[in-house]
Design a protein around this ligand. Structure first.
Ligand SMILES: [Zn+2]
Length: 126
């Protein structure tokens, strides 16, 4: 039978390895999203959540770096290129990584108060 302290040491070493890999994964996603030209965009349709509430807008995903943005037709600020294909909403949610651009970020982006690179690095608009 394995000694409990040996097991504890082994598990703690694995926890450190997981944390190291998670940090590396986060950094790779940031670097890829900064370098990406966002020229392969897919979009899911908006949905009517129920007859009395607001609709849920389209989401776009860059197929190169998997950044996402929510918006309506002309309201996309970063993933504004031509939509290459339609995609199921569940697939967007499943595939997305790193930065998700929501409505709260668009004003600061338009006014130049924050850059996309700063948002990728985790900056929150004021
Ligand atoms: Zn991209």
């Amino acid at each position: 039978m394995m000694d409990i302290s040996t097991m504890t040491i082994e598990i703690e070493a694995l926890h450190k390895e997981i944390a190291r890999l998670a940090a590396r994964r986060k950094e790779v996603i940031k670097q890829r999203q900064k370098a990406c030209g966002h020229d392969r965009i897919a979009e899911c349709d908006w949905v009517q959540s129920n007859p009395y509430s607001r609709a849920i807008p389209e989401w776009r995903i860059c197929l190169g770096c998997r950044m996402t943005e929510v918006g309506w037709g002309p309201g996309f600020r970063v993933l504004f290129g031509e939509v290459a294909q339609k995609i199921a909403r569940d697939d967007v949610y499943r595939m997305r990584l790193g930065l998700h651009i929501d409505d709260s970020m668009k004003g600061p982006l338009i006014r130049g108060e924050v850059t996309v690179e700063q948002l990728i690095d985790g900056a929150r608009p004021a």
